[in-house]
Design a protein around this ligand. Structure first.
Ligand SMILES: *[C@@H]1O[C@H](CO)[C@@H](O)[C@H](O)[C@H]1NC(C)=O
Ligand SMILES: *[C@@H]1O[C@H](CO)[C@@H](O)[C@H](O)[C@H]1NC(C)=O
Ligand SMILES: *[C@@H]1O[C@H](CO)[C@@H](O)[C@H](O)[C@H]1NC(C)=O
Ligand SMILES: *[C@@H]1O[C@H](CO)[C@@H](O)[C@H](O)[C@H]1NC(C)=O
Ligand SMILES: *[C@@H]1O[C@H](CO)[C@@H](O)[C@H](O)[C@H]1NC(C)=O
Ligand SMILES: *[C@@H]1O[C@H](CO)[C@@H](O)[C@H](O)[C@H]1NC(C)=O
Ligand SMILES: *[C@@H]1O[C@H](CO)[C@@H](O)[C@H](O)[C@H]1NC(C)=O
Ligand SMILES: *[C@@H]1O[C@H](CO)[C@@H](O)[C@H](O)[C@H]1NC(C)=O
Length: 376
C-alpha cells in the first residue's frame, strides 16, 4: 500500500510541469543555516523545537502572523493538545509572574509567562527565551498535529527567538526566512547567515506597519488585467504563514469567481474546488494573481492556491485555498503567497526581503497603513 502510493505520487510529480512554481528550484545548491519544516497537508508548517534542560520536544506551527511562542503547560484543564511542558526537574524554567492571553483568527489561549532555554531542532539557536505556558487553549483546528505556535511577526514590542539568539551571539545576523514547498520537496526555516547568492536576489520592501509583516499593494492584477480599483480601501496585505488561504476583498473574490474560476470549470460546494490537473482550455481561465508590493511584482500562480494538487489524480477536484474577508482592513496573504516567494525578514530594520519577485520601478514609499486595528 505504502509503496503503491509512493510510486503514484512520483508518477504525478513527473507529469506535473507546474511544479517549477515552487521555491525549491531557487534554493538548489544554496545552503543556509536552517531547520527543516514539516508541511502538514499544505495547511500547517511546523518546526521541531525543544524547551528546557533536560529537553522536552514540541512541534510548533511557524506563524509570521502572531507574536508569541507558546506550548501547553502540564496542568492545562481546558486543553485539546496532549503534548505538555512539565516544569518538574527543569534547571532553567523561570516564571516571571505575569499571565498572558492570545486570540487568533481561530483559537485562543492563555497561561503563565516564563523563560526557559529554547532550542530550534538541534541547531545553534539555543537561548533563554520568554514565552507562554498555556493553562487554557481551545478552538485550534489541528490540536493533534501541532503542539503550540511560534509567532515570528513584526510586532516591535516583542523580541523574537531570532533576535534573542542573535543578541546571545549564537547567529551572525537577525535575519530569518521561509522556504515553503509542496511535498515531496522539503520546506525550510532559514536564518542567521543566509547564503550570499540567495541574498543577492533579495528586493527589500518596507512594511506599512510596525506590528505585522504588512505590505502596501500598489497594483492588483489577474492574468494581466488591472483590478486595483476593486481593492477599495483595503490596499495592504499581511504575509501570514499561519493562514492556509489567500484572503482577498469581497469584490476581488467575486471577480475571481465569476470571471475566472466558474468559466474554468470550478465548482462551489461548501468550499471552492477546481480541476487538479486542468486541461489547456481550463488553464486559459485559471487566475494567476500579480500584486505590486512597492518595488516588486509578486505573482501567485494559480497552482499555489490548490491544496495538494501535486498528489491528486487526473480528473479530481482540488480545494482552492481562496476566500474573502470583510473583517480587518487588510488582505491576508497566507501559504499560497508564501509558496510563491522566499521572504527574508529583518525585524530590527522593519524590512522584508522578497526573493522571487520582479523589480517594477515603483518607489519604496512611505505608504499608508492601518495601524489602528489590532487582530492577531
Ligand atoms: C540546510 O542545512 C543543511 C546542513 O547544513 C544543508 O546541507 C542544506 O543545503 C541546507 N538547506 C537549505 C535550504 O539551505
Ligand atoms: C520532528 O520530530 C518528529 C519526532 O521525533 C519526527 O518524526 C519528525 O520527522 C521531525 N520533523 C522534522 C521536520 O524534522
Ligand atoms: C527529542 O528529539 C530529539 C531529536 O531532535 C531526540 O534525539 C530526543 O530523543 C527527543 N527526546 C524525547 C524526550 O523524545
Ligand atoms: C514578564 O514578561 C512580560 C512579557 O515579556 C513583560 O512584559 C514583563 O515586563 C515581564 N515581567 C517581569 C516581572 O519581568
Ligand atoms: C542548550 O543550552 C543548554 C544550557 O546551556 C545546554 O545544557 C544544552 O546542552 C544546549 N543544547 C544544545 C542542543 O546545544
Ligand atoms: C498562469 O501561470 C501558469 C504557470 O504557472 C501558466 O502555465 C498559465 O498559462 C498562466 N495562465 C494565464 C492565463 O496566463
Ligand atoms: C538588519 O537591520 C539592522 C537595523 O537596520 C541592520 O543593522 C542589520 O545590518 C540588518 N541585517 C542584515 C543582515 O542586513
Ligand atoms: C504588539 O505587542 C504589544 C505588546 O505585547 C501588544 O499589546 C499588541 O497588542 C501587539 N500588537 C499586535 C498587532 O499584535
Amino acid at each position: 500500500m505504502f509503496i503503491l502510493i509512493t510510486s503514484f505520487v512520483v508518477g504525478i510529480f513527473c507529469q506535473n510541469t507546474n511544479y517549477a512554481n515552487t521555491n525549491w528550484n531557487k534554493v538548489q545548491g544554496l545552503p543556509s543555516m536552517n531547520a527543516t519544516l514539516e508541511n502538514y497537508e499544505q495547511l500547517l508548517w511546523l518546526v521541531n523545537i525543544s524547551i528546557g534542560v533536560p529537553a522536552q520536544n514540541f512541534s510548533v506551527q511557524v506563524d509570521t502572523g502572531s507574536n508569541i511562542l507558546w506550548v501547553p503547560y502540564s496542568v492545562c484543564s481546558n486543553c485539546d493538545i496532549n503534548t505538555r511542558y512539565n516544569p518538574s526537574g527543569q534547571s532553567y524554567f523561570k516564571p516571571n509572574g505575569s499571565n498572558y492571553y492570545q486570540a487568533y483568527g481561530s483559537g485562543e489561549c492563555s497561561g503563565y509567562v516564563a523563560s526557559d532555554i529554547v532550542n530550534i531542532q538541534n541547531t545553534v539557536i539555543n537561548t533563554t527565551f520568554t514565552m507562554m505556558f498555556a493553562t487554557m487553549e481551545q478552538g485550534f483546528s489541528f490540536p493533534t498535529i501541532m503542539d503550540g505556535i511560534m509567532g515570528i511577526s513584526n510586532n516591535q514590542s516583542f523580541t523574537n527567538i531570532f533576535q534573542a539568539s542573535f543578541k546571545a551571539g549564537q547567529i551572525k545576523t537577525e535575519l530569518y526566512g521561509l522556504v515553503f514547498n509542496q511535498p515531496p520537496l522539503n520546506s525550510y526555516l532559514i536564518f542567521g547567515q543566509i547564503n550570499p547568492s540567495l541574498m543577492n536576489q533579495v528586493q527589500w520592501v518596507t512594511p506599512n506597519d510596525i506590528y505585522r509583516w504588512k505590505l502596501f499593494i500598489n497594483k492588483f492584477t489577474i492574468n494581466g488585467q488591472d483590478y486595483s480599483s476593486q481593492m477599495g480601501s483595503v490596499t495592504s496585505a499581511i504575509l501570514d504563514s499561519g493562514t492556509a488561504d489567500l484572503i482577498v476583498t469581497e469584490a476581488l473574490y467575486g471577480i475571481l469567481l465569476k470571471t475566472y474560476l466558474i468559466p474554468a470549470g470550478c465548482i462551489q460546494s461548501g468550499s471552492l474546488y477546481c480541476p487538479c490537473q486542468p486541461t489547456a482550455q481550463e488553464l486559459q481561465y485559471l487566475p494567476n494573481i500579480t500584486v505590486s508590493f512597492n518595488v516588486v511584482d509578486v505573482t501567485i500562480p494559480f497552482f499555489n492556491l490548490l491544496q495538494n494538487y501535486y498528489v491528486a489524480p487526473q480528473g479530481q477536484q482540488c480545494q482552492v485555498m481562496l476566500t474573502y474577508t470583510s473583517g480587518p482592513p487588510f488582505m491576508v496573504f497566507g501559504d499560497p503567497a508564501l509558496l510563491s516567494i522566499i521572504p527574508i525578514f529583518n525585524k530590527t530594520a522593519n524590512q522584508i526581503g522578497i526573493i522571487g519577485g520582479v523589480a517594477n520601478g515603483i518607489p519604496n514609499g512611505d505608504y499608508p497603513g492601518n495601524e489602528e486595528i489590532d487582530e492577531a
